[in-house]
Design a protein around this ligand. Structure first.
Ligand code: BGC
Length: 417
């Protein structure tokens, strides 16, 4: 047995997103979107809008010193010309309550969900140059309401996942399918990138000492076969690096959401730009297993999680080491977790990922914290089947929660070897 020790001031956190936990976000564009075939409605979600005190109890039981949540744009600005002061005050109360309990709030301004009115007024979404100004106005109000207690901000959660989902594959509102029109898709990336940079400037004007970043979903990428190195690098640039590069002077930390490894392949039969075949479970589901195989797609190894994702902790060490070397910004893991309804795999998942993170830190990477996804089981964009929670929706501790609580309490854990 060996003991791994984390720094004293390490942030031990959990993350959630407003739409996935609050419930009844009827003003969001997702609310109508959920009525489509194959989607389960979110309904009350985890009820966090009313049950925040219970969420605080969960955080305390886990001995966490940080909590990441998001502000729901459609709640705060229910119509184009009206801000809801009551909703803003509630979020400010949450931040205050967290502070009282010694829990540092990290607040995200855009976690996929946008107001339905925004897309009614601007049906082209981020292709319309009126949208950035709308977002910045909302951001200004949200920051204004929370500035006394919140100094760590995220502009966008997983901007590339949002862009590919909402504008590339048509899975999220406004449901555009622009993957085959890479130039148009690139203009969405530029708009979101530019808005992040603007929001960064705005936040620093309003709060000179705050810290601003975004959370990038970064998978460990491997070539699916010989000859696929170049396509794996291209995909890394497209999904991860280009956005970070364009924001590198506008981020005080680099937020990383890490879940899995993806094998990347190039096939002349692929209809995606660059003839890429990315081995995401979601892509395989989209095109069907047979087509995926015919395209030469390769899925991960071992038993997949309930999301169909490979468990690959070594990838976290690799990703963090490379990002630290290339950007030199402090890294915070803002999401990492496993959909595991049985609960039996969660403890090992956390232990192995924390060990991988510690290995990257030993090699010199400055990592300031680890936030587990998620505090409670929640609405997984269309379904309640995947269970990512350290607690159930009834706020009962899930298997693995006790282990994480002990690591957070002691800042150390035992590993084999
Ligand atoms: C997103 C979350 C989501 C999680 C698990 C991340 O991509 O930020 O909203 O629930 O992954 O799929």
């Amino acid at each position: 047995m060996a003991i791994i020790t984390f720094p004293k001031d390490f942030l031990w956190g959990a993350s959630t997103a407003a739409y996935q936990v609050e419930g009844s976000n009827t003003g969001s564009a997702f609310w109508d979107w959920e009525k489509r075939k194959g989607w389960e409605p979110s309904g009350d979600a985890a009820g966090s809008w009313e049950r925040f005190e219970e969420d605080v109890k969960c955080l305390k039981a886990l001995h966490l010193n940080a909590y990441r949540f998001s502000v729901e744009w459609s709640r705060v600005q229910p119509s184009p010309d009206r801000f809801d002061e009551g909703a803003l005050a509630r979020y400010a109360d949450w931040a205050r309550r967290l502070k009282e309990e010694g829990i540092r709030p990290f607040v995200c301004l855009h976690h996929f969900s946008e107001p339905a009115w925004l897309l009614r007024q601007h049906p082209e979404g981020w292709l319309d140059d009126g949208v950035p100004a709308r977002f910045l106005r909302f951001a200004e109000r949200a920051v204004g309401a929370l500035r006394e207690t919140v100094s760590d901000w995220l502009t966008f959660n997983e901007p590339m996942v949002f862009i590919v989902g909402a504008y590339g594959m048509g899975q999220f509102p406004p449901g555009r399918r622009l993957l085959l029109r890479p130039k148009v898709l690139a203009s969405v990336v530029r708009a979101v990138n530019g808005t992040h940079n603007e929001a960064y400037r705005l936040l620093h004007r309003m709060m000179p000492d705050c810290r601003v970043g975004f959370a990038q979903n970064v998978a460990a990428l491997d070539p699916a076969g010989p000859g696929d190195d170049a396509v794996a690098r291209d995909w890394d640039r497209f999904m991860h690096r280009d956005f970070i590069d364009a924001a590198r002077d506008r981020m005080d930390f680099l937020g990383v959401n890490y879940y899995t490894r993806i094998f990347v392949h190039r096939s002349p039969l692929s209809f995606l730009p660059g003839r890429v075949v990315p081995g995401y479970a979601e892509f395989e589901r989209g095109v069907g297993r047979l087509v995926f195989r015919l395209l030469g797609g390769r899925r991960g190894e071992g038993t997949p999680t309930d999301m169909g994702w490979e468990v690959h902790p070594e990838g976290l060490e690799r990703v963090v080491t490379a990002l630290w070397q290339d950007y030199g910004k402090p890294i915070i893991i803002l999401e990492n977790g496993i959909a595991d309804a049985s609960g039996i795999r969660r403890e090992a998942f956390i232990r192995d990922h924390l060990a991988a993170l510690a290995a990257a830190m030993k090699r010199g990477a400055e990592v300031q914290g680890y936030f587990h996804w998620s505090l409670v089981d929640n609405y997984e964009w269309g379904s309640y089947r995947p269970r990512f929670g350290l607690h159930t929706r009834a706020r009962k501790a899930a298997a693995g929660a006790g282990f994480y609580a002990e690591v957070a309490r002691t800042g150390a854990m035992e590993v084999d070897g």
